[in-house]
Every structure is written in structure tokens, then in C-alpha cells.
Design a protein around this ligand. Structure first.
Ligand SMILES: *Cc1c(COP(=O)(O)O)cnc(C)c1O
Length: 393
């Protein structure tokens, strides 16, 4: 047998994906003005962004970044442990720990790296990683990379998680879940999972990429909303690139957790520290996210407006009270077609298809932002309703 050609194999996989209506397409955005983007010369209202609070272009963040860039320059120049750790990073870590009411926090360059770093530092061969079936890909990859025994349970099914833990009572176990699920928008049964982990002596890790800034007291996230402190949910991971409008991520928890991650999280140790100006921008973002209650209230008004509008038009939505509002369509071709219709009407609402979501559950994922105007949402509702009506004819 001749050795397979890797690039030919990749091309064949891509051809198959195109045939299945699953090809991903890179779009270049030519300009951004709040929720308006220009793609191929056409202005679209963006309903795909995770910038839920509309902070990515906020003047306070721009100024903080510019000020820090003139102080530090651009790159950190080294890993955190080798001189890359600046007072901007330290101050942001303290601020994030206070906000989430954890003892300490540690910055990572991305959420993907934070998940891989934490799970890899905690688990090895023979350990168990129990996960919700709909967890973010980075958590699944993290368990695989760590060599742990990955055990998944049905979505949001705490009893299923219990069965997995009980089936192996003697192995070290980490249970990880998204706080807010990235493609469905619903919130994990966090109180039940926390109780379960306590009774099973397992450690709970919550990925709150989509909850921070949106839910809880002062936007402190889904754990804050559920009333779960550090003893109830010892590992909190969240990102700075979604509601905070910047980039990067952090892990918050006990001093022992953070000290251990500094030693053993490989995606923390062996990588360049985030640019200090980015940390400064994130720090300004935390201030706005904590203090600008009206901005968060506007986001929640938009969520209510969208949901009421869908009900009034007979559009079925998935059960979600977060900015992630999905319209389940099922077939990939249907999702692609509705997305195209919406784009023709001036809206960017991408179709989300497998393998990002399970087979047969292709959908439109509408992300709402405080930056939208009520009229933007009203127009989207009308366009969505029209596109779905034409589809069903
Ligand atoms: C976006 C996301 C991540 C990855 O974060 P990045 O900073 O974009 O790498 C991790 N977990 C969840 C649930 C996410 O939605």
C-alpha cells in the first residue's frame, strides 16, 4: 500500500463537506460601526457577534488600550514567567478575582488555551472528565489532550452526570460544563451539578464564556446568578473576548488552584503573555461591564423584545434567556437558505451546522447586543418571518 498523501486526504474531506452543504466560508469584514458591518461592499446588521454589551468599540476601552500601548509598546515580549508579566496583567487579575468573588485569577491568551491548560494541569491518564454533550469544543479537546477518560452525559442532565460519576467512584474526577451553552443559549443546572460534585467528591469547573457580563450581580456571571461561590464551584473559567469585547481569558479560584496552574498549565507557561495594552483594555471593559447597569438592562430588553416578537410571529425558539437565541431548522440546506435570504435582506445571521451542533440540528443563531437598536431587532423579526414563510411554501 502506498503511503496516503495528507493534502489529498484533506482536499477529499473538504469536497465531502461541500457536498453535504457544510462548507465553512471565510467572510472579510471591511468596516464595523457598532452593529453594522460591511461585507463585500454591502452593509449588514450583525447578529452574529458575541460582543453582547457593545464594548468592542467603546471609547473607554480604546483610550485604555492606546494609553497602555504608549506606555508599554505592543508585545509583552515573553511568557508571563520570563518577564512578560506586567502590572497591567496583575491589576486585571486582581480586578477579575474581586468581580467573580474568587481568591485569585490567572490570565490566559485565549479561552481555548485556558480550558486546555486547566484540564491538562489537573487530569492525566486514568482520570475521569465528565462533560455535558453540548460543551464547547475546547473542553472536549482539553479532556482528550489530557489523556483523561471522557464521559459525556445528555445535555443539562444532572442525573446522567451522576450515573457517570457513580460508575467510577474511585477515580479522580473533574466535571466540566458550559455555564451558558454557546449554541443553544440555555444555562446549565449549576446548583444541581455543584451539589452532585460535592456528594461525589468530584471537582466542578464552569466555562462561563457567555455568562460573564450578561448574568448575575453586576454581570459577574452564571455562578453569581446561581449563588455559587468558590467552595461550590472551585474552578471558574471565562473569556474576555465576548461580552467584554476584548480578547483573552482567565481562570478564577483558590490561591492553591492558581499557584498550581502557574506551575503546570502548559498553555500558560509555554506561550507569550497577552499584550499589556490588551489587559488594560480588558480592565476598562470590566469597569464598564460592572457599573453600566443600563447597558446590561438594554441587552435584556432586546432579548425580551426578540422573544416576544418571535412568539407573535409564530417563530419557534429554543429555550433561552440569554443573548444567544437559536431558531432550530434541522436540515443544513434549510439553514443555509434562510441565512442567505436574511443576508439579501441586510442581516448577518450565519447558519450553524454540524459538527458545531449535532447532526440534524442546523439552526440560525441570533446573537443580540446592547448595541442594536430596537428598530434593528424589529426589522430582523420581519425579515426572519418572511424568510421562514417562503421556505415553508
Ligand atoms: C468562545 C468560547 C471559548 C473559547 O474562548 P476564546 O477566547 O475565543 O478562545 C471557550 N468556551 C466557550 C463556551 C466559548 O463560547
Amino acid at each position: 500500500m502506498p503511503r496516503p498523501d495528507l493534502l489529498a486526504r484533506l482536499a477529499a474531506a473538504q469536497a465531502q463537506r461541500a457536498h453535504d452543504g457544510l462548507l465553512r466560508q471565510l467572510r472579510t469584514v471591511e468596516s464595523v460601526d457598532g452593529p453594522r458591518i460591511v461585507v463585500a461592499g454591502k452593509t449588514l446588521i450583525d447578529f452574529a457577534s458575541n460582543d453582547y454589551l457593545g464594548l468592542a468599540q467603546h471609547p473607554a476601552l480604546r483610550e485604555a488600550m492606546a494609553r497602555a500601548a504608549s506606555r508599554w509598546g505592543v508585545g509583552a515580549g515573553a511568557a508571563h514567567l520570563l518577564g512578560g508579566h506586567r502590572d497591567e496583567h496583575a491589576a486585571l487579575e486582581e480586578k477579575l478575582a474581586r468581580w467573580t468573588q474568587r481568591e485569585r485569577a490567572l490570565l490566559f491568551s485565549t479561552g481555548y488555551m485556558a480550558n486546555v491548560g486547566v484540564v491538562g494541569a489537573l487530569l492525566g491518564n486514568g482520570d475521569m472528565c465528565v462533560q455535558d454533550k453540548l460543551n464547547h469544543a475546547s473542553l472536549i479537546d482539553a479532556a482528550r489532550l489530557a489523556g483523561a477518560n471522557l464521559k459525556r452525559y445528555l445535555h443539562a442532565d444532572a442525573a446522567g452526570a451522576q450515573r457517570q460519576l457513580e460508575s467510577n467512584p474511585e477515580v479522580a474526577a473533574l466535571l466540566t460544563t458550559d455555564g451558558v451553552f454557546s449554541m443553544d443559549g440555555d444555562v446549565a443546572p449549576l446548583v444541581d451539578l455543584s451539589t452532585l460534585c460535592k456528594t461525589q467528591s468530584a471537582t466542578l469547573m464552569v466555562d462561563d464564556a457567555h455568562g460573564l457580563g450578561v448574568l448575575g450581580t453586576d454581570g459577574a456571571g452564571s455562578l453569581s446568578e446561581a449563588g455559587l461561590g468558590q467552595d461550590d464551584a472551585p474552578i471558574l473559567m471565562a473569556t474576555l473576548g465576548k461580552a467584554l469585547g476584548v480578547a483573552g481569558a482567565f481562570v478564577a479560584g483558590s490561591a492553591a488552584l492558581i499557584d498550581g496552574l502557574v506551575q503546570f498549565a502548559r498553555s500558560y507557561v509555554y506561550t507569550t503573555a497577552m499584550p499589556p495594552a490588551l489587559a488594560a483594555a480588558a480592565s476598562a471593559a470590566v469597569d464598564v461591564a460592572r457599573e453600566d447597569h443600563e447597558r446590561r438592562a438594554r441587552l435584556h430588553r432586546h432579548i425580551a423584545q426578540f422573544r416576544h416578537g418571535c412568539i407573535a410571529r409564530g417563530i419557534a425558539l429554543m429555550d433561552s434567556r440569554t443573548p444567544i437565541q437559536s431558531v432550530l431548522l434541522g436540515a443544513n440546506a434549510t439553514a443555509n437558505m434562510i441565512a442567505l435570504r436574511l443576508e439579501d435582506a441586510g442581516f448577518y445571521v450565519p447558519a450553524i451546522r454540524p459538527p458545531t451542533v449535532p447532526a440534524g440540528t442546523a439552526r440560525l443563531r441570533v446573537s443580540l447586543s446592547a448595541a442594536h437598536a430596537e428598530a434593528d431587532i424589529e426589522r430582523l423579526l420581519d425579515a426572519l418571518s418572511a424568510a421562514l414563510r417562503t421556505e415553508s411554501r
